[in-house]
Design a protein around this ligand. Structure first.
Ligand code: NI
Length: 171
């Protein structure tokens, strides 16, 4: 069971963001509540996707809503992804690494298989922005952040902000 009252926006370099998340074993009320909480945080911080570790929960689940609205939220539980096509570079940010932007190379297309909140398995082929978003969120459940994927040049360009985040999260 996930304790929703303990869920909060989690930022780099929090350990939960750098660990491989564990599979969702049962879709119970706490998982449904967690999806609501993740949706609230995504909307509050103006994102288009959100992974459970960003709410402090190490579970393999994320949501995507390309419009950034509640209506278009798609839930992916225990997803697997197959990367397809060519690589494409585009500027990316992350709600858990605020103020940091970097060009990240992603595949143009992915095939993703996951379970929805009703326990139904689905497979979809997505491209462009949706494919980028799925790869970004999938990275989160593998404990990978844009910080791990950005070039040395981007790291140098963002070093002040990264340092700030490290200091802000030191207690
Ligand atoms: Ni992110």
């Amino acid at each position: 069971m996930v304790d929703i009252s303990k869920c909060e926006m989690t930022r780099y370099p929090a350990p939960v963001l750098r660990q491989q998340a564990k599979p969702v074993v049962e879709i119970d009320d706490s998982i449904r509540k967690l999806v609501e909480k993740m949706t609230d945080l995504m909307i509050e911080f103006k994102g288009v996707g959100f992974a459970a570790p960003q709410a402090g929960v190490g579970l393999r689940m994320f949501i995507v809503s390309l419009s950034g609205t509640r209506d278009h939220v798609r839930v992916y539980l225990n997803p697997t992804v197959t990367l397809e096509g060519e690589l494409e570079e585009a500027e990316e940010g992350c709600l858990s690494v605020p103020g940091v932007w970097a060009k990240i190379r992603r595949y143009k297309k992915v095939i993703v298989t996951a379970t929805d909140l009703d326990g139904r398995q689905f497979t979809e082929e997505v491209e462009g922005m949706h494919a980028r978003c799925v790869q970004h969120e999938y990275d989160h459940i593998e404990g990978t952040l844009i910080v791990n994927r950005m070039s040395q040049t981007a790291k140098i360009a963002n070093r002040r902000q990264l340092k700030k985040l490290v200091e802000a999260n030191e207690v």
